[in-house]
Design a protein around this ligand. Structure first.
Ligand SMILES: [Zn+2]
Ligand SMILES: [Zn+2]
Length: 635
């Protein structure tokens, strides 16, 4: 008895496979290979160590195994790549069950594991049969079984061909008399998986009597993933107030929301949480994805040096870490450093993927080295066997046309090499190259294609490109075409509207729309006055507003007004008012490209107010620190 107990304890403490094999040998030598408690523990250890084959071997050598032993082996296969084996084992179990002894018959746990196995689209029929079996055998009252039923149904959408997955899951959920937090969480995950919006999930979440870290993380992640970053941050604050301690997975989602919003303050607070957490507990290894999320957050908040220092100190890096760092450096205008990191990556054991190469091509583009870019493009397809996507082709077209090799760019587009029809990104790249090099003929080809695409795809926003084209027409003296294009843009309402910029001040996102003149809001009146004041100061210093940026048929004075109301300017003025401390950088995020007038405006503020200003657009940053923009060659 003592020996049996000793072996059990050894199994409990076992941390390596080698030891596990030794203990198994001891069990056999001592004649305990049929002892149910030891066998059960042995199987569970094998499964934890991913040694299903060994578990199977031990199981097959047992004579008339007990239900707990059967359950272990069924559990092992239910989580494996061959879940149907679990079902085959169950039929053997049923056939061999002997007499009326309860310890030789399937119980609630057996069915829970089987339902787990059936959480696979190709085991739908079996899953439905088990649901019936559970009803007949009276195991439906177990909340554990019910929760697994929810999980099983939740892998099918509400309009699945054979059943309404979400509806069935909900029915099971509603019938649970004493719902525990695990049951609520399963239903929550079901909603998050299948709804594009988070409405149903939020409604359920609000009704939950008790929420654990998993519940909170599920809804925060759902919001962050679906672009509801503000809501994600608010939920995180609520979670904190509710006294629930966040874990690393929660933080990955919150950081992604911070990155999206450009919320540097919160991002930095989470960073110090991560550091403290790391120092206080050595129990949990830090997730690589958490470091990646930190790098991404710092990149998106315009703090590239902080991002780099995290990257440098990582104990372990994934392909995402390398890629985030490379593309991060590129959007901050540091192409050379990006290429150095890429060289380091090739010496590491991580292989670059298609996104890494987007970063590499953009770096070559930024350095104006099209031939190097083309070499990397070939290297990617030949050495790494990566199929180029339309994004890779946009980079190549952009690179060639900016270098004035417009014919080559056109050849690539027309040679049918692209995986899909050339989209608006490809044509826009060609168009802007033509604008730089004054290629009127190709520009009009690109323009025509863009207009065709606009007709085919509703809601395609190409106002900016058409503005470029009409300027080009007029520049070449083709007045009729140019003016016709402008009229079209005005008629279809394609103005440079929809411009949105925001700034985060003490955890609150302040958003400004282009032309936001809502003087009812006290803040806005002050903001508007501030913009005026800056412009007046700038004018005396010799600054001239660039009214050619305004694409409307209006008088000069009105054009000036339009420029004043660009959302970037409003956000910058608000930043100046809100951060009286001069050392705090003003960080703005904008959804469109910054126009050259706003660019000079930012430059002027930075110089005359001695402030650091960082503006994030979709694919690049502008960084002013008392000087001209240091991250882009803005023309
Ligand atoms: Zn502007
Ligand atoms: Zn710039």
């Amino acid at each position: 008895m003592q020996q049996e107990r000793r072996l059990f304890l050894l199994l409990q403490k076992c941390r390596s496979l080698r030891k596990l094999y030794k203990i198994h040998a001891l069990i056999i030598l001592n004649g305990f290979s049929q002892k149910s408690s030891l066998l059960h523990k042995l199987l569970s250890c094998c499964i934890t160590h991913g040694e299903l084959a060994h578990a199977s071997l031990a199981f097959e050598q047992s004579v008339n195994p007990s239900t707990t032993v059967w359950n272990q082996i069924i559990r092992g296969f239910s989580k494996s790549k061959t879940p149907h084996q679990a079902i085959l084992l169950y039929s053997r179990f049923i056939r061999t069950q002997s007499g009326d002894f309860d310890d030789r018959r399937p119980n609630g746990f057996t069915y829970s594991f089987l339902l787990n196995a059936c959480s696979n689209p190709f085991l739908l029929r079996e899953g439905l049969q088990f649901h019936c079996g559970i009803l007949v055998r009276g195991f439906l009252s177990s909340v554990y079984v019910q929760t697994n039923l929810i999980n099983m149904y939740a892998i099918y959408s509400s309009d699945h061909i054979h059943l309404n997955g979400i509806g069935s899951a909900r029915k099971v959920f509603d019938n649970i008399s004493h719902k525990n937090v695990a049951a609520w969480n399963s239903m929550l995950v079901a909603y998050v998986r299948w709804s594009v919006d988070t409405v149903n999930a939020m409604r359920l979440f609000d009704r939950m009597p008790e929420r654990d870290v998993f519940s909170w993380t599920t809804v925060i992640a759902a919001c962050a993933r679906s672009g509801r970053s503000k809501q994600a941050v608010v939920l995180f604050q609520r979670m904190y107030c509710a006294g629930v301690t966040a874990d690393q997975v929660t933080m990955v989602s919150v950081l992604s929301a911070c990155a999206d919003l450009g919320d540097f303050e919160l991002g930095r607070r989470i960073h110090s949480w991560v550091m403290n957490n790391n120092n206080s507990s050595r129990r949990h290894r830090q997730l690589v994805s958490l470091d990646n999320a930190l790098i991404n957050m710092y990149v998106k908040c315009g703090a590239i040096d902080e991002a780099y220092s995290i990257f440098q100190n990582m104990a372990e890096r994934s392909v995402v870490s390398w890629t985030t760092m490379i593309t991060g450096l590129v959007v901050h205008g540091q192409a050379k450093r990006a290429m150095e990191i890429f060289q380091q990556m090739q010496q590491s054991r991580e292989s670059p993927d298609e996104t890494t190469f987007i970063g590499v091509l953009c770096a070559c583009n930024l350095m104006r080295r099209p031939d190097e870019g083309l070499n990397y493009f070939n290297y990617m397809t030949k050495t790494y066997n990566i199929k180029p996507t339309v994004r890779h082709f946009s980079c190549i077209v952009d690179m060639l046309s900016k270098a004035g090799r417009i014919d080559e760019a056109v050849q690539i587009i027309e040679a049918d090499m692209l995986p899909i029809q050339p989209n608006e990104a490809v044509w826009s790249c060609l168009l802007s190259g033509c604008r730089i090099h004054g290629d009127f003929h190709t520009a009009s080809l690109a323009g025509r294609r863009l207009l065709e695409l606009e007709q085919q795809q509703e809601g395609l926003e190409i106002g900016g490109q058409l503005a470029q084209l009409s300027n080009l027409y007029i520049g070449f003296g083709a007045w009729d075409e140019g003016l016709q294009l402008r009229r079209r843009m005005v008629e279809s309402g394609m103005r440079k509207l929809g411009g949105r910029s925001w700034i985060v001040v003490h955890g609150v996102v302040h958003e400004f729309m282009a032309g936001d003149q809502n003087k009812k809001r006290f803040d806005n009146a002050a903001v508007y006055d501030m913009v005026r004041e800056i412009v007046d100061r700038a004018k005396t210093a010799g600054y001239k507003s660039k009214t050619s940026e305004v694409m409307l048929d209006v008088e000069e004075e009105e054009r000036e007004l339009f420029l004043l109301l660009h959302s970037e300017k409003l956000a910058m003025a608000f930043g100046l008012i809100s951060f009286s401390d001069k050392t705090t950088p003003i960080r703005i995020v904008t959804n469109l490209r910054v126009c050259s007038d706003c660019h000079s405006f930012a430059e002027f503020i930075s110089r005359s107010f001695n402030r650091e200003i960082i503006i994030r657009e979709r694919n690049r940053f502008h960084h002013f620190h008392g000087t001209t923009c240091r991250t882009c060659n803005c023309k």
